[in-house]
Write a protein that binds this ligand. Structure first.
Ligand code: BGN
Length: 383
């Protein structure tokens, strides 16, 4: 019969071993959790995971583009587990933006943290329609034109939000009431531009985005432009309104589309491009009067100019669409297939470099800048 001479020592050794293994396992789990938290914050989603769609039927070259698309994870923005959450080192694209800030060393020293500290994540969106006066009282920190800068640190991002607008005042009020608190918590140096066309011209979302971009740059040295539909309300403030290295599609998951991309190539809704991206792609086409196609045209431009597409992470890039009926401004653009077919040929001459409009009014209102313009549809379509 086996007799244990030294049973208590063996037991102690066993307990010690189990404690050691548990500590190693715990450390590993903490690292894993930190890593996924930070990468969730800073990385772009992989494009390959989304479905392809019928768009290839219309545009063979776009279809090829998607075949060749690789993961669009932004270079250098993912973090290692050991990096500290509050004081991470600068990723390459951030450094680029920071050095672009024309300010002294002292200001750079007072930069806002890379991860804004007061974000809350998933949001209970505001559905009530506040009057503009109520909104002005609710957001007294806004400067004329719907401008804001964080009061106690230097923002890392100068961002213009451009909202093409038509006759949908309630939607605009809901959007402003939801967007301002999100952008403030994200510690952005931002302004909101509402660009509107004098009717009866057919609505042209793309030209209004080009105009918003141009008019915003007349006011301030913005680096980043977020093109935003008036009816999309962000559901998570961790979906940062900033511009990464490549053009970014931000409204990845919309409730109307069951929080899925309706097709892989979609670039509509909310998208982010830097000034450099806009110059490289010659902005949006000016010729899309009526609903549809202008965002697909931009996607072609991105492809042509050698940029990649990036997507905000699907868990964060969630939006509610405010319901609206079909109105005349929603008129479908019957020309869009023809325009799209020749999009690559037109890109160099139709866009920012051919943009023509007349500013009827530009007003710096308490919660937004209003740019009211006249465009000549016939002339634009002829050129
Ligand atoms: C697509 C539209 C996009 C629009 C999305 C989502 C076209 C071009 C012909 C294929 N594209 O069908 O502009 O953003 O739906 O609504 O109509």
């Amino acid at each position: 019969m086996y007799v244990c001479d030294n049973c208590s020592t063996v037991r102690i050794l066993k307990v010690f071993l189990v404690i050691c293994l548990s500590l190693v396992l715990l450390q590993y789990l903490i690292n894993l959790a930190t890593y996924s938290y930070v990468t969730k914050f800073l990385k772009d989603d992989s494009y390959g995971s989304h479905n392809r769609s019928a768009i290839g039927l219309f545009f063979p070259d776009v279809s090829d583009f998607f075949k060749n698309l690789q993961s669009v994870q932004e270079k250098n923005v993912t973090r290692s587990a050991s990096e500290n959450l509050t004081l991470p080192s600068e990723p390459a694209n951030m450094t680029e933006i920071v050095t672009n800030i024309p300010s002294g060393k002292d200001d750079i020293g007072n930069l806002c943290p890379l991860v804004p500290p007061t974000l809350v994540g998933a949001l209970a969106t505001y559905k009530e329609v506040l009057s503009f006066e109520e909104m002005q009282k609710k957001y007294p920190e806004l400067q004329a034109g719907g401008r804001y800068k964080p009061p106690d640190c230097k923002s890392r991002h100068r961002v213009a939000i451009i909202v093409p607008y038509r006759n949908r005042e309630d939607q605009l009020k809901i959007l402003l009431n939801n967007l301002h608190p999100v952008l403030e918590r994200q510690q952005l140096d931002y302004a909101i531009y509402i660009t509107e066309m004098a009717m009866p011209t057919t609505f042209n979302r793309a030209i209004l985005m080009n105009i918003g971009y141009t008019e915003a740059l007349k006011d301030y040295d913005f680096q980043c432009f977020i093109f935003h539909d008036v009816d999309l309300i962000p559901e998570n403030d961790r979906n940062l309104y900033t511009c990464p290295e490549n053009p970014r599609h931000m409204s990845v998951a919309i409730d109307k589309f069951n929080y899925k991309l309706p097709y892989a190539a979609i670039f509509g809704g909310v998208s982010a491009l830097t000034k450099e991206h806009m110059i490289k792609v010659n902005g949006f086409s000016n010729k899309y009067f009526g609903w549809g196609g202008e965002d697909d045209d931009m996607m072609k431009r991105i492809q042509l100019s050698g940029l990649k597409l990036s997507r905000a992470p699907i868990e964060l890039a969630r939006y509610k669409m405010i319901k609206h009926g079909r109105d005349k401004a929603n008129e479908v653009n019957k020309q869009r297939f023809n325009l799209l077919y020749a999009a690559s040929k037109r890109a160099k001459k139709d866009g920012l470099n051919s943009l023509k409009y007349e500013v009827v009014k530009k007003e710096y209102k308490p919660t937004y800048t209003w740019v009211y313009v006249q465009v000549n549809q016939k002339e634009i379509m002829k050129s």
